[in-house]
Design a protein around this ligand. Structure first.
Ligand code: G3D
Ligand code: MG
Length: 182
C-alpha cells in the first residue's frame, strides 16, 4: 500500500548560497528562469515518489527572498516546518561558518529539533572551492545530519537532497504523531 505524506520544509542559509536556484531546479527543473521575481518569501509545491518505501510525498518548500529581518516574517516562515535544507556555498567559507546559526534559529522557531540535511552547493565551481568535503561531512556528522554535495546549476544531487530529507522526515513521523504541517 502507498502511504501519503505532506511536509512543509524550509530552505536555510545565507544570501546567494543558492536557496532559490535549488528550489527552482527541484520544483520546475529550471535554472535562471523567472523564479527570482515570483518566489519571494513564498512556497512552491512538489510531489515526489519514493518507490522503495512506497511513499508519495507532497512537499511545500519555503524559500525566503532575503534575510528575514522581522520577527513576524521569521515566525511564519518556520511555523509548521518539519525539515529543512541547510545550504552553504562551497566557494565562500563564511557561508559554511554561518550554517550553525541557521540551525539554531530553525530549532528555536520550528518548535524543536527537526531533521536537516547539510547541502554543500555550487560544486560545479571546482576551481574556486573553499570548503572541503571533509569539513562539510564533519559538521554534518557532529550534528547527526545527512550531507549532500550539489549543484543547482547542473542539477547534480538536487533531487537526492530532498529525497534524503523526506526519508528522515518519514522515519520521524513514524516515531510519533505530530501536528499536521499544513
Ligand atoms: P539565494 O536564494 O540563497 O539567495 P540564489 O541564492 O538561488 O539567488 O543564487 C545566488 C546566485 O548563485 C545566483 O547567481 C545563482 O545563479 C547562483 N547559483 C546558485 N546555485 C548555483 C550553483 O549550483 N552553481 C553556480 N555556479 N551558481 C549557482 P546570480 O549571478 O544570478 O546572482
Ligand atoms: Mg533567494
Amino acid at each position: 500500500m502507498t502511504a501519503e505524506f505532506r511536509f512543509k520544509i524550509v530552505m536555510l542559509g545565507d544570501g546567494a548560497v543558492g536557496k532559490t536556484a535549488m528550489t527552482a531546479r527541484f520544483t520546475q527543473d529550471s535554472f535562471n528562469a523567472d523564479y527570482k521575481r515570483t518566489i519571494g518569501a513564498d512556497f512552491a509545491v512538489k510531489r515526489l515518489d519514493i518507490p522503495d518505501i512506497n511513499a508519495h510525498v507532497t512537499l511545500q518548500c519555503w524559500d525566503l527572498a532575503g534575510q528575514p529581518r522581522f520577527e513576524f516574517v521569521r515566525q511564519g516562515f518556520y511555523r509548521g516546518a518539519r525539515g529543512g535544507l541547510l545550504l552553504y556555498d562551497v566557494t565562500r567559507r563564511r557561508t559554511f561558518l554561518n550554517i550553525d546559526r541557521w540551525k539554531e534559529e530553525t530549532f528555536a522557531n520550528a518548535g524543536g529539533k527537526i531533521p536537516l540535511v547539510v547541502v554543500a552547493n555550487k560544486i560545479d565551481l571546482v576551481d574556486s572551492r573553499a570548503v572541503t568535503k571533509e569539513d562539510g561531512e564533519a559538521y554534518a556528522k557532529e550534528n547527526g545530519f545527512l550531507y549532500v554535495e550539489s549543484s543547482a546549476l547542473t542539477g547534480e544531487n538536487v533531487e537526492e537532497a530532498y529525497v534524503n530529507l523526506c526519508r528522515k522526515m518519514i522515519d520521524d513521523s513514524k516515531a510519533g504523531p505530530k501536528e499536521p504541517a499544513f
